[in-house]
Design a protein around this ligand. Sequence first.
Ligand code: SF4
Length: 344
Amino acid sequence: MSSNEPHLAGFFQLELRQWLTKAGWPAFRAQQVFHWIHRRAICEFREAGNLPGSLRAWLQEHAIFPSLYERRRQTSQDGTVKYLFGLGDGETIEAVMIPDEHRTTVCVSTQVGCAMGCTFCATGQMGLHRQLNPAEIISQVLHVQHSHTAGPVTHVVFMGMGEPLANYAAAIKALQLLHDPQGLNISYRRMTVSTCGLVPEIRQLAGEGLPITLAVSLHAPDDQRRSAIMPINRRYPLAELLPACASYAEDTSRRLTFEYALVKGFNDTKNDARLLAERIRDIHCHVNLIPVNSVHDTYQAPTAGDIDRFLSILVDRGIQASVRRERGADIDGACGQLRQREEG
Ligand code: SF4
């Protein structure tokens, strides 16, 4: 098998049918193969009982499946599980499963590394190694579904390694595959795509007609500080980014999320809260305040009192906001940390 073989998990059912029938297999086999991969989330064809041995052997020979394998797993005391996956070319990526009372969320990677260079991010320091294909993106969810016996995956967030909108076509196809009613059948409303602020792609995404949630990493209320930690802000400053966010919310009728990591002494003062509220007051949005991960050496979280004060200032000004609980604090929770540790 060469690396030119297709990744099976990245086919829509129609594409799978065309590919199989072209090779002489009956069309109905496509539905069975799709069902085993996406609905039953098998990790190898040995588990696919109703497929003839000849088809299994042929698939093994002519396609790539699975698209990744588990290399390492860390489990937090709060139930959060972090996975390190190996890919066919030896690269590694991370995904996280976050269990909650009524939901199971999987956070997936969309690139190996990232070109965006955000200073607070371990992945950003690696640079971009390569794009993930749709199969590699959704296989993270399928693998978690296969290994997590406590219930179905209900939510997917594209917030792991990489900038999803810089791998636009693959990210869109992955969303559509996850939504396929014959597959995992996850509602678009339970999927979130995060971006550091690629303005043209935000505008393009608004036209796709997918009722997903868009989460924009803001992290600072002015250009000077945002550019210092997020180089993308020099290309698309707030004067361009915020109108694109407002248009997105208007065009899609979806409430947008702003992610704001609270860092002690950097962006957590009363004035910062007032300035932030002023800048986003006309945008249909929710602000997620995220006290930075306390395992980080460089940045410290504000005190609980300062976090409450920041939140109150936003809420008093009519901004919907909440503080996001830190999950997986006792494992390598932040994106890129587990890979970094593994690679030494
Ligand atoms: S925070 Fe996201 S966009 Fe920024 S460098 Fe890390 S992975 Fe890339």
